[in-house]
Design a protein around this ligand. Structure first.
Ligand code: PLP
Length: 383
């Protein structure tokens, strides 16, 4: 029924993921920390999932800590580092982070930490010279994203990690949007901490992971049992972890053919929308972008109005980050990129997946063209 182009918000779980989870929602309900064989069988399944997630990013299973999702992994990485390095009071981050980092940084600033926010250029690329300048002896951590959730623009994490390594500074990468879409191997760059989320890669909601490189010390955020090497106490969300493992294995085995096919569909969509609608601006188009993401601004329009009409016609899209839609403010990401507010107010995000078909793209071009033309004719000019 729906044409679902909101895959950066969440993805459809694979059938194999749902099937693998089913026993753990029913018969296989034992606690993986229990001593009996019933519990230990479930422990084996959790450890198998840890191996699958580790294999996806080239990590050792011992370096994977399961969490409830990307947000918790990010909080554990940042707050856990600050607690483990109490003499260092500075955090470096970028101006276009997801709210899991952005709002946490704002809270830390209110608590007395110094936050250095690195800017981006008009295409969303990080200013690396500024990054190097901002590093001080007091810097505890550099936390930046790999791929931006609103624009799909990919940061050069290898260069970021190399700069940090020269200064002996720890790096956390929010790889929630990149893992499963582009190859990410933790041995390719000297990263210490990296956050992942199952539901962005055709896994279930409620599972994520923090990769913690060997010998990187962090403090837990919560206190309780001894699960997850004392770093994430509480009985594990076993069904979601099992589903995460299957999604990770599937992503690891997915050939680049998928990526090429999705990119071709995305590029076709953008070319046809630009040809049909002259007021179209593709945001971040000159930068390295995820294959599935398109952020398109329509001059003088309001994203919310476009999204309502698209939704009425069966098309799911977003205005920037899912959690910021509903507000009429243009996103902090587009603002930091210096996108003209006349364009930013009318920017929508279309994010594809392996389930997107050429017919979906045909229909999207048709519906979007009709909606934008209709709104352009009726909406007053935006001042
Ligand atoms: N980081 C990025 C870049 C994201 O896009 C998201 C979710 O949209 C998150 C973090 C938060 O992940 P989760 O929804 O698993 O908490």
């Amino acid at each position: 029924m729906w044409i679902y182009l909101d895959n950066n918000a969440t993805t459809r779980p694979l059938d194999s993921v749902v099937e693998a989870m089913r026993p753990f929602l029913g018969d296989q309900y034992a606690n993986p920390s229990s001593f009996h064989k019933f519990g230990q069988d479930v422990r084996c399944a959790v450890e198998r999932a840890r191996e699958q997630v580790a294999a996806l990013i080239g990590a050792d299973p011992k370096e994977i800590i399961f969490t409830s999702g990307g947000t918790e992994a990010i909080n554990l990485a940042i707050q856990g580092t600050l607690a483990a390095l109490p003499t260092r009071r500075r955090l470096i981050t970028s101006a276009i982070e997801h709210s899991a980092v952005h709002r946490l940084a704002a809270r830390l600033a209110r608590e007395g930490y110094d936050i250095d926010e690195i800017g981006v250029d008009r295409d969303g690329r990080l200013n690396l010279a500024e990054l190097e300048d901002k590093i001080t002896d007091d810097t505890a951590l550099i936390s930046v994203m790999h791929a931006n959730n609103e624009t799909g623009v990919v940061f050069d994490v290898r260069r970021i990690c190399e700069i940090a390594e020269r200064h002996g500074i720890r790096v956390h990468i929010d790889a929630v949007q990149s893992v499963g879409k582009i190859p990410v191997a933790v041995d390719d760059f000297p990263v210490h901490l990296l956050s992942l989320s199952a539901h962005k890669m055709h896994g279930p909601k409620g599972a994520g992971a923090l990769y913690i490189r060997r010998r990187t010390r962090i403090a837990p955020l919560t206190t309780g049992g001894r699960q997850e090497r004392d770093l994430r106490p509480g009985t594990e969300n076993v069904p979601a972890i099992i589903g995460f493992g299957v999604a990770a294995e599937d992503a690891a085995n997915t050939s680049t053919e998928h990526i090429d096919r999705i990119r071709a569909l995305r590029d076709d969509l953008e070319a046809r929308v630009k040809a049909a609608i002259p007021i179209t601006h593709v945001i971040g188009a000159a930068a390295d972008r995820l294959c599935n993401t398109s952020n398109i601004g329509f001059e003088r329009l309001q994203a919310e109005a476009i999204l309502i009409l698209l939704s009425e016609r069966g098309l799911c899209a977003s205005a920037g980050a899912a959690c910021s839609s509903g507000s009429l403010e243009p996103s902090h990401v587009l603002r930091a990129m210096g996108i003209d507010p006349v364009v930013a107010h009318g920017a929508i995000r279309l994010s594809l997946s392996r389930f997107t078909t050429p017919a979906d793209i045909d229909r999207t071009v048709e519906v979007l063209t009709e909606v934008v033309k209709r709104l352009s004719a009726t909406m007053p000019a935006h001042s």
